[in-house]
Design a protein around this ligand. Structure first.
Ligand SMILES: *[C@@H]1O[C@H](CO)[C@@H](O)[C@H](O)[C@H]1NC(C)=O
Ligand SMILES: *[C@@H]1O[C@H](CO)[C@@H](O)[C@H](O)[C@H]1NC(C)=O
Ligand SMILES: *[C@@H]1O[C@H](CO)[C@@H](O)[C@H](O)[C@H]1NC(C)=O
Ligand SMILES: *[C@@H]1O[C@H](CO)[C@@H](O)[C@H](O)[C@H]1NC(C)=O
Ligand SMILES: *[C@@H]1O[C@H](CO)[C@@H](O)[C@H](O)[C@H]1NC(C)=O
Ligand SMILES: *[C@@H]1O[C@H](CO)[C@@H](O)[C@H](O)[C@H]1NC(C)=O
Ligand SMILES: *[C@@H]1O[C@H](CO)[C@@H](O)[C@H](O)[C@H]1NC(C)=O
Ligand SMILES: *[C@@H]1O[C@H](CO)[C@@H](O)[C@H](O)[C@H]1NC(C)=O
Ligand SMILES: *[C@@H]1O[C@H](CO)[C@@H](O)[C@H](O)[C@H]1NC(C)=O
Ligand SMILES: *[C@@H]1O[C@H](CO)[C@@H](O)[C@H](O)[C@H]1NC(C)=O
Ligand SMILES: *[C@@H]1O[C@H](CO)[C@@H](O)[C@H](O)[C@H]1NC(C)=O
Ligand SMILES: *[C@@H]1O[C@H](CO)[C@@H](O)[C@H](O)[C@H]1NC(C)=O
Length: 710
């Protein structure tokens, strides 16, 4: 804790203002006024302007905007990533020496790329003794605190003296995640919001219902009715009773959970935009009410008298849950021979949602070739493909268009059409007229199809990640890894920054290491490459198992015994708890194991929140890793009543098991491709570390060692 005020700047020598674009993600324009620096160690408290402490940003998409004071508290806690703890937050009417003063700017405008006022701008002024961040709104001030954290990190905990002002070019910046075909736990969604927020992205579009491709050429009606399809919001309102299948209650969000997700994301300036998809990709609705489906059950029959009322009752149930001013109704990939039905559906839902909640809607751009009707111009079109719409023509017709062009589509693990990671080159070179990508670039090949950067019809950019091949193609965190290395670069472009690819590669790792509010890498602090080592030396019934790595990750034994280097778990409830949870890429978990023939086939070896290593799946004895309830089994069975030296290896995007001096055996996922073929692909599973044994395991361990290398 910093307890005293250090005079860090001896003499502030004023030089001529030198405007510079500071590297950061996004970049930040700053006028340097001194050759000295302000050391962060001289800052002792966060002050929030008493005049504005309760102010909120009413201009953004969220209906639950934090106050300036709340953002100040989040910021003060975030300073921990730079090594500061217990920085007090106080309310005051002016800056003081040693303070970071958060206030609102009332005397100037902050403009977006179209020259309009934006509430997300801010100024950051670094003096010789204090820092002042003045936002166009509390959200703007919060973005300013992100700049401070980044600049302090890159500057070795020192800030250049001077001032800068900054504002985003576009109002909507972020991602879409397909949560329909893969469940994502609320904690994961919240951590992704933290990731987005550090790079000033403000939108998490969450796709909440979908199904695997309904391959009507080969599926029977019965198979379609059983195909994976999910709806992730679980209400006990009788109007939607049965929409979420009971066996998927644990893979859906209750109102309380969803409230917490929205509030946690909003606390960092990120708005969740929920999407409930219809009349296409709607198999989950016709599995619930089969009479509403067309011959292809994934498409709803809009002319059935119950279809629109059913969708209205779903929206009526869930509109009160949503804390955003805009919701997404999907509406892509419908039958183009039913264009008038489609337009009727979209316009009816738009009016219904507006009348019931005052909310605006978005749809995926869909070229329904009707000659007699069109969708209402106050619906935002989320463009994704030129064969579905012409975004420039839509803008000329008066629509507002959100750019989600499939130049940045990614699909989990494998796809015949799209890549598995964001294309970094395209981010830095995607403008066909030359230069980097930007939200106004709909077409990365033909500049004629792109509006001017200043066109007010472009509201922003969203990068979409899909799960075409369902829940067993990827783990939960693989969705993060698909974005990890390149999404921040795209965030710079969505904001309107000027980072080059070379600058990005120089600062990414450093900034990545200090992103508050998440540990998506599942990193574990460690003094050396040995994170944990249990040698089980001595002879004791004691509860504590000493970690000899030097990190102090001692374990706690329950109903187990330790003698001469061996840990024995003699009952199915014996276990060893560690203070750790999971270890992400890369790791080696090495252990000697002697499973008793009395241990059941499905007994747990190691378990943690992201994964479990089991002796078998309950009926088959092959060693398996479980992640998000999916089993990934090896063709290998651990021998009973003898010792084996085992290594579980997490190497990049793949996971292996090695026994003794045998070959590395790889855990694979077997993806089903539209009912037609299979794809065997690597799967990256975290090391499970929270508990050893416990789930029925009987037998012994020796020398458990976790390394952060492989
Ligand atoms: C933009 O902001 C400036 C300064 O705060 C204000 O004077 C002006 O009225 C604003 N314009 C609009 C259209 O809100
Ligand atoms: C830097 O100073 C110049 C001259 O006063 C000013 O026009 C410009 O807006 C300033 N830039 C920033 C980022 O504050
Ligand atoms: C959800 O419940 C099903 C059975 O009802 C079970 O197989 C699955 O493991 C559970 N999933 C989670 C996330 O707990
Ligand atoms: C759609 O519903 C209408 C009205 O119930 C019905 O006449 C029509 O046959 C249905 N279409 C299909 C393809 O099932
Ligand atoms: C479009 O917006 C206007 C108000 O701006 C509203 O009166 C109208 O109902 C809206 N139309 C639809 C289809 O939502
Ligand atoms: C896994 O990593 C390998 C090697 O780094 C890479 O070639 C491959 O594209 C990655 N696969 C996925 C699905 O990310
Ligand atoms: C990445 O994008 C660049 C520029 O658009 C393109 O030339 C390249 O083929 C893309 N790479 C991959 C792997 O798709
Ligand atoms: C570029 O787009 C314009 C407008 O859509 C079109 O007329 C032209 O043929 C396209 N050029 C190429 C090389 O595809
Ligand atoms: C266990 O694996 C076997 C062989 O793959 C499979 O037949 C069985 O259904 C699995 N059992 C469970 C409970 O997953
Ligand atoms: C599993 O391994 C056994 C030998 O250990 C081999 O005979 C069998 O073919 C393997 N099965 C598969 C599906 O690879
Ligand atoms: C993990 O190892 C792979 C190569 O096996 C490497 O490409 C990757 O950068 C490593 N990841 C981390 C976080 O060290
Ligand atoms: C994964 O799910 C697909 C269906 O999408 C199925 O065909 C495949 O067998 C599953 N793989 C495993 C390993 O269960």
């Amino acid at each position: 804790m910093l307890s005293f005020f250090q005079v860090a700047v001896v003499a502030a020598c004023v030089i001529g203002a030198a405007a510079e674009t500071l590297t950061g993600i996004p970049t930040f324009d700053f006028n340097i006024t001194s050759t000295n620096k302000l050391y962060l160690s001289s800052l002792t408290h966060v002050l929030v302007d008493s005049r504005f402490q309760r102010s909120v940003d009413l201009a953004g998409e969220t209906l639950i905007p934090p106050t300036l004071l709340q953002f100040g508290q989040t910021f003060a806690a975030d300073l921990k990533v730079l090594g500061f703890t217990d920085i007090p937050v106080q309310v005051a009417d002016r800056a003081q020496p040693g303070s970071i003063f958060l206030t609102l700017s009332t005397d100037r405008a902050f403009l977006d790329a179209a020259g309009r006022n934006t509430s997300e701008g801010y100024t950051l002024t670094v003096g010789t003794k204090d820092v002042v961040i003045a936002g166009a709104s509390p959200l703007g001030a919060f973005w300013g605190t992100r700049t401070l954290l980044q600049q302090a990190k890159l500057g070795g905990n020192a800030l250049l003296i001077g001032s800068g002002s900054d504002s985003p070019g576009w109002a909507t910046r972020g991602v879409m995640l397909d949560g329909g075909r893969h469940f994502y736990p609320p904690e994961f969604i919240i951590e992704i919001c933290s990731y987005l927020s550090f790079f000033k992205q403000n939108t998490f579009h969450l796709h909440l219902s979908d199904n695997l491709f309904n391959n009507v050429d080969i599926y029977t009606r019965q198979r379609s009715l059983e195909l994976y399809a999910a709806f992730r919001l679980n209400s006990d309102d009788p109007a939607v009773s049965g929409l979420v299948k009971p066996y998927r209650f644990n893979e859906s969000y209750t109102r309380e959970t969803f409230d917490n997700m929205q509030a946690s994301c909003a606390a960092r300036g990120v708005t969740i935009i929920p999407e409930i998809e219809a009349p296409g990709h709607a198999l989950v609705i016709s599995q619930w009410k089969p009479e509403l489906g067309l011959a292809d059950l994934s498409l709803l029959n809009i002319s059935h008298p119950e279809t629109i009322p059913t969708m209205e009752s779903i929206w009526k149930t869930f509109l009160p849950w949503f804390k955003s001013k805009t919701v997404h109704i999907g509406a892509d990939e419908y039958d183009s021979s039913l264009a008038n039905d489609y337009n009727l559906f979209v316009n009816t839902m738009s009016s219904f949602i507006r009348d019931n909640s005052g909310k605006d809607i978005r749809i995926w751009g869909t070229n329904e070739p009707s000659r007699s009707s069109s969708v209402s111009p106050n619906i935002t079109i989320q463009h994704w493909e030129f064969f579905e719409d012409n975004p420039l023509a839509l803008i000329k017709q008066g629509y507002r268009v959100l750019n989600a062009d499939d130049a940045f589509y990614i699909v989990g693990k494998w796809s015949g059409s799209y890549p598995q990671q964001l294309n970094l080159t395209r981010i830095f070179t995607g403008d066909p007229a030359g230069g980097a990508y930007a939200p106004n670039i709909f077409d990365t090949h033909n500049a004629t199809n792109n509006p001017a950067r200043s066109d007010p019809g472009v509201i922003g950019h969203i990068a979409a990640q899909w799960n075409d091949y369902g829940p067993n193609a990827t783990t939960v965190t693989e969705a993060y890894y698909a974005w990890r290395d390149a999404l921040p670069a795209l965030a710079d472009k969505q904001w309107g920054g000027r980072l080059t690819q070379q600058q990005y590669s120089l600062i990414f790792d450093e900034l990545h290491g200090v992103i508050p509010g998440q540990n998506l890498d599942r990193a574990i602090p460690s003094k050396t490459e040995v994170i944990l080592e249990y040698k089980f030396s001595g002879h004791t019934q004691a509860e504590t198992v000493v970690d000899s790595s030097g990190n102090g990750y001692d374990g706690a034994c329950k109903a187990c015994s330790i003698a001469d280097g061996i840990l024995t778990l003699s009952t199915g409830i014996s276990l060893l708890k560690t203070p750790l949870t999971s270890k992400g890429r890369n790791y080696t978990l090495a252990f000697g194991i002697n499973p008793s023939s009395r241990a059941p086939v499905g007994a747990t070896i190691f378990s943690g929140p992201d994964s479990t290593l089991v002796l078998g799946n309950g009926t088959a004895p092959q060693v398996a890793l479980i992640s998000a309830n999916q089993f990934y089994a090896l063709n290998f069975t651990l021998p009973r009543d003898v010792w084996s030296d085992v290594q579980l290896l997490g190497r990049g995007n793949a996971t292996f098991l090695r026994v003794g001096k045998g070959p590395e055996m790889q855990f694979l996922t077997v993806m089903g491709i539209n009912g037609q073929s299979f794809q065997f692909q690597p799967i990256a599973i975290e090391a499970p570390l929270a508990q050893i044994g416990g789930g029925g395991f009987i037998g012994s361990f020796r020398s458990i060692k976790l390394l952060n290398t492989v």
